[in-house]
Design a protein around this ligand. Structure first.
Ligand code: SF4
Length: 307
């Protein structure tokens, strides 16, 4: 009789920031506990409709399996949508365990502003002491009405407060901004308030995304289709998305912030320091917008959409 050895596989986060492609990907929780943002629905779409916590023992076992596969990893990332929902105790225990097994240069995670807010300034300091040194947070918009419409469950003030706590604790802050989130009717307000919030909060990174209403990702379609159907949300045009990016850059001050369009869905991929490269990024946008209309549309049609 021949025995077949089945190698145990670690669970890994369903999605991760593009900048974490080389990181050790550790799944601390499954899915998103909030799961209500109209523009998202991404975990149900990818086959994880609910939310569950994993035990510290399970996560540590996965860390061991991951380390056996990637012994030379220099960075690590904790998911899924909001791994701090594991509870401070579990999160800190697994963060310390990871760092005791591998001296990573960077440990990052996704985090909802409201979860960080619940932990308070002291909780954030505990996270920093456990070795967390960057947080990826979905700002999406700095406009309170846009955030309310999309059921984001956070206010600009809340994001501003937790950003201050994180930076004071020595944790870098990476914000995600979603072009198109105000739709065709409210794009100016969405961008102006977002620019104001960035200028006053000075996150370390601003990462741009374009709103994409997916239909078939394997699960239910993007929840926002309902508002598109009833007319309460009118989708932005491709060119409108580029104009949003241009307006945002025009309104941003020369901050010590790295600005980057680092997702395949973006129509234009500018990136650089707001202090040193803002003019160059704007020049790139102006050059694109000066192209003949047919050429611009050819470009829009050539850009794919994916999660
Ligand atoms: S955007 Fe983030 S918080 Fe909102 S439902 Fe999606 S994963 Fe959850």
């Amino acid at each position: 009789m021949t025995g077949i050895m089945v190698q145990k596989k670690p669970e890994t986060p369903l999605i991760r920031p593009p900048s974490e492609w080389r990181s050790l990907l550790v799944r601390v929780t499954r899915g998103c506990r909030w799961n209500r943002c109209r523009f998202c629905g991404i975990y149900p779409a990818l086959g994880e409709p609910g939310f569950s916590r994993r035990s510290a023992a399970e996560i540590k076992e996965d860390i061991d399996l991951l380390l056996a596969r990637h012994p030379r990893a220099r960075t690590a990332f904790f998911g899924d949508g909001d791994p701090l929902e594991a509870g401070l105790e579990v999160f800190v225990e697994v963060a310390r365990y990871l760092r005791s097994r591998l001296p990573v240069e960077r440990l990052t995670c996704y985090a909802r502003a409201s979860t960080l807010h619940r932990l308070g300034r002291e909780g954030v300091q505990v996270l920093a002491r456990a070795g967390l040194n960057r947080v990826h947070m979905g700002l999406e918009s700095g406009d309170p009405e846009t955030l309310r419409f999309h059921r984001k469950g956070q206010s600009p003030e809340m994001v501003q407060r937790v950003t201050t706590w994180l930076r004071d604790a020595g944790i870098q802050v990476s914000w995600y901004v979603l072009l198109g989130l105000g739709g065709r009717d409210h794009w100016q307000r969405h961008i102006r308030r977002t620019a104001w919030l960035i200028n006053t909060s000075r996150p370390d990174f601003v990462r741009l995304r374009r709103l994409w209403l997916y239909r078939e990702a394997g699960g239910p379609p993007c929840p926002l289709w309902e508002q598109v159907r009833d007319g309460s949300f009118v989708e932005q045009t491709p060119e409108g998305t580029v104009l949003e990016l241009k307006l945002l850059l025009e309104l941003l001050e020369p901050l010590d912030t790295f600005f980057v369009c680092d997702h395949a869905n973006n129509y234009i991929n500018v990136s650089g320091s707001l202090q040193e490269d803002r003019e160059e990024m704007l020049a790139e946008l102006h050059a694109f917008l000066a192209l003949p209309e047919e050429e611009r549309w050819q470009h829009y049609r050539s850009v794919g959409s994916r999660i």
